[in-house]
Design a protein. Structure first.
Length: 207
């Protein structure tokens, strides 16, 4: 059976919904929760978020997930159809931005772990802009996103759909001070790829 292009959701979603008998429930979700732009409540929510999870893929569909964080509102709501967030100097790999140059589809997931325990999916089409170019087109962008740091690029997202991620399995996290230096912790560059001494198993090594 073939399905016409749905207003929301992929053809694969709709085929599986039919197979598993969830099409009616899914239709209610699409109708009640999915929007083609950002509602006022969504825009307000994003303005308070200090982290976002990203999903991208290259031209062949090889996927990558990533994470961005910054001061609350570092992802800027430009209008109900548009978001922008800065890309700062990092490890030089540029995996997410590189994927966007091949495949502009970008998924963003904002999660509030501390107060309302709710999430927001925002999907759309992304383009990269040099800092000066986006500021020329959007003069209202702030200059002090991260003190002492200047964006190398901006990711500009045209929103195609936005919808809730329900609270049921979102854990509660309590904000706390960042712990100080731990001498037993490897440096970031060595954490997963450097030589690390495995802890002694007391069962296997009883002397």
């Amino acid at each position: 059976m073939t399905f016409p292009p749905p207003p929301f959701g992929s053809a694969g979603e709709h085929r599986l919904q039919q197979h598993l008998g969830s099409a009616e429930r899914a239709a209610r979700f699409y109708d009640q929760q999915v929007r083609p732009c950002l509602t006022a409540e969504m825009r307000e929510f994003i303005s308070h978020q200090n982290m976002v999870f990203l999903a991208t893929s290259d031209a062949h569909g090889a996927c990558d997930s990533s994470f961005r964080a910054g001061p609350p509102g570092f992802v800027h709501v430009l209008d109900e159809h548009t978001l922008a967030y800065p890309e700062f100097r990092g490890n030089g790999v540029l995996a997410s931005a590189g994927n966007i140059t091949e495949n502009p589809h970008l998924g963003m997931l904002f999660v509030d772990f501390t107060h309302h325990h709710i999430g927001l999916h925002v999907n759309g089409t992304a383009h990269l802009y040099a800092d000066a170019d986006l500021r020329s087109a959007r003069p209202g962008l702030p200059d002090d996103i991260a003190p002492g740091r200047r964006p190398e690029l901006w990711v500009h997202l045209t929103v195609e759909e936005a919808y809730i991620h329900c609270s049921k399995y979102i854990p509660h996290l309590v904000p706390g001070p960042r712990p100080g230096h731990r001498p037993d912790r490897p440096k970031d560059a060595d954490y997963f790829t450097g030589s690390r001494t495995a802890p002694v198993d007391p069962v296997m090594h009883r002397g």
